[in-house]
Design a protein around this ligand. Structure first.
Ligand code: GDP
Ligand code: MG
Length: 160
């Protein structure tokens, strides 16, 4: 079965979350993972890696015309990042809410960007903006075998 394409709806929806180089350097990996775990989402893939400029140009290809594109690629390749796939009902939209706005200055306290950063060019975390982007990003950063389907014992306590 194609793990990237099957069952991307309901409680099987998936999103791509990444702790950016500043988030890793500032020891926010545990904090960010903790927030998604506590919320009730299921971790289905996670790894620490050094992203190449090529991968990042592809990841951010929709922004290639922006003036900050090359500095964004440089920032994102400046150190290790943690890439994750999280699964759950409406996870794409919920994760964006948990992250806050693109610009930390517009992000409410209680969101990750609202709580842990100041500048848009150092906003510690990435989250997919749609189910289609999530699908594209997960297949860009993960191999099939790196994504796990597993039974969560807490499932009936999170979903009625
Ligand atoms: P996101 O989906 O909230 O991450 O925002 P975008 O997809 O619009 O932009 C991707 C990333 O580019 C953001 O998370 C920021 O790190 C960076 N970025 C966005 N806008 C700006 C900007 O105006 N200036 C700079 N330097 N970086 C930006
Ligand atoms: Mg985006």
């Amino acid at each position: 079965a194609n793990v990237f394409k099957m069952g991307w709806t309901g409680s099987n929806e998936r999103t791509f979350i990444s702790v950016k180089p500043d988030g890793v350097q500032r020891r926010l990996v545990g904090e960010i993972v903790h927030r998604f775990e506590r919320k009730g989402f299921k971790l289905v893939g996670m790894k620490l890696l050094q992203a190449s400029a090529e991968q990042l140009r592809e990841h951010y290809r929709d922004l290639s015309e922006k003036p900050f594109y090359s500095s964004l690629v440089k920032y994102m390749s400046s150190g290790p990042i943690v890439v994750m796939a999280w699964q759950g009902h409406d996870v794409v939209k919920s994760a964006r809410k948990m992250l806050g706005e693109t610009n930390p200055a517009d992000s409410l306290p209680g969101t990750i960007r609202g709580d842990f950063c100041v500048e848009v060019s150092r906003n510690v975390v990435h989250g997919s903006d749609s189910v289609e982007s999530a699908q594209r990003e997960i297949s860009l950063w993960f191999e099939h075998h790196e994504l796990l389907c597993w039974e969560e014992c807490s499932q009936p306590w999170i979903y009625a």
